[in-house]
Write a protein that binds this ligand. Structure first.
Ligand code: GLU
Length: 431
């Protein structure tokens, strides 16, 4: 039993596995094991009562060989630099496996946003951008929403950057409201992507999605929309949860009604017609599909033996530890890894940025069709590589595809020497 739950060390382990499997030169690991740039900033915020509170924020740019750094900003009381480094590292490989022209970045501020008024939240968001303005930009690093941040916060951030630059810079931030350069479909995009790969994975396992029982941890942007889209597809949502706890009804829950209950009470807990359960109990429920859509390190060596789901689709970043991964493999429970499963959000962020750069906006149908094509292709590539290589799981397969691309980019740019065994490069990129 190990208590090693440092997400950044986990990200490094995942990278190491792919570099070893691909038999790449050690320099690839050496360059990618640490972020290129990590910035810690101090953000003084004037509170409504006239006092000043000083917040700590981070922006980490892991690697930008394939394009500007890209990744969300998280507002959470437990944010720390190692977590942001891990999330930035995962973004590099998420963008690479999808094949969108970005590197990886991530930001975070240590704050419980529920404690702030709207005006305080606005000043914090603007203060964060003032602090990181020197290192971001549409061709440098493009922030977006993540845990506890939303389109309104992105609007303030984009506005602050535009004020600093003295011209509108829509492309510096994605996940904005529609009226100021947001993309149709962006709010639901991560969940929509999760559903596309859930369709693929259930098909591969001969599970009928229309009758499948689904358990979702987290009722934020990913979990709530995933529940609604899957409910619309006639899947049976048997359990849902948020930070305060979970609810369970084996006969199925209507997530639209649960949303109304959340709007009225602030939580899914005490929803009429369901039994209250803990987040821990929720993960161990019998179900066809388990979607962790909350935070890191939820499926660990402590609870993996009790996981009864038939498949796991990672809506969250880093919900499964490497120890748990190994045991899930032994148990024959496939995991669609985060960098594939939740890539829909950053993919539509990319569409948003393209639309901002073009000044020409797409229909929702166009966005969703393109997203669907990309998600199914990425799933298929990952699944085929996993099936054709003994002894690897889908996570290792996804990392192999991603690390290969980043290594190729770094090599042609001259950042590293001859790192790539030739025939391996051709075999993987031929798919
Ligand atoms: N925060 C999301 C993620 O973890 C989206 C990032 C983005 O759109 O840049 O993938």
């Amino acid at each position: 039993m190990s208590q090693k739950l440092n997400s950044f060390e986990i990200a490094q382990q995942q990278l190491r596995m792919a570099v070893d499997k691909l038999e790449l030169d050690a320099s690839v690991y050496e360059v990618l094991k640490n972020p290129k740039r990590s910035m810690t900033v101090v953000i003084p915020v004037r509170m409504d009562d006239g006092s000043t509170r000083v917040f700590t924020g981070y922006r980490v740019q892991h690697n930008d060989a394939l394009g500007p750094a890209k990744g969300g900003v998280r507002f959470h009381q437990d944010v720390n630099l190692d977590e942001v480094k891990a999330l930035a590292t995962w973004m590099t490989f998420k963008c690479a496996v999808v094949g969108i022209p970005y590197g990886g970045g991530k930001g975070g501020v240590i704050v419980d946003p529920e404690e702030l008024s709207r005006a305080e939240l606005e000043r914090l968001s603007r203060g964060y951008i003032q602090a990181i303005a020197p290192v971001i930009g549409p061709d440098k690093d493009i922030p977006a929403p993540d845990v506890n941040t939303n389109a309104q916060i992105m609007a303030w951030m984009m506005d602050e950057f535009s004020l600093i630059k003295q011209h509108n810079s829509f492309g510096v931030i994605t996940g904005k409201p529609l009226i100021i350069g947001g993309s149709l479909g962006r709010t639901e995009a991560t969940a929509q992507g999760v559903v596309y790969v859930t369709e693929d994975m259930t098909k591969a396992k001969n599970i009928e999605l229309e009758k499948a029982t689904v358990v979702i941890q987290g009722f934020g942007n990913v979990g709530s929309y995933a529940a609604k889209i899957l409910f619309d597809k006639k899947a049976k949502i048997v359990a849902l949860s948020d930070v305060k706890g979970g609810i369970y009804n084996p006969k199925g829950l209507n997530p639209y009604k649960v949303s109304e209950h959340v709007a009225a009470t602030g939580s899914v807990v005490n929803y009429v017609g369901a039994k209250n359960i803990t987040n821990g109990e929720l993960l161990e429920l019998e179900c066809d599909v388990l979607i962790p859509a909350a935070l890191e390190n939820q499926i660990t060596d402590q609870n993996v033996d009790n996981i009864k789901a038939r498949i796991i689709v990672e809506g969250a970043n880093g919900p499964t530890t490497p120890e748990a991964d190994k045991i899930l493999e032994q148990k024959g429970i496939p995991v669609v890894p985060d960098i594939v499963a939740n890539a829909g959000g950053v993919t539509v962020s990319y569409f948003e940025w393209v639309q901002n750069n073009m000044g020409y906006y797409w229909s929702e149908e166009e966005v969703n069709n393109r997203l669907g094509q990309i998600m199914h292709t990425v799933f298929n590539r990952t699944y085929e590589l996993y099936r054709s290589n003994k002894g690897i799981n889908m996570r290792v397969a996804a990392y192999m595809l991603a690390v290969q691309r980043v290594a190729e980019g770094m090599q042609v740019r001259g950042w590293i020497g001859t790192a790539l065994p030739k025939q391996k490069a051709t075999r993987i990129s031929a798919k």
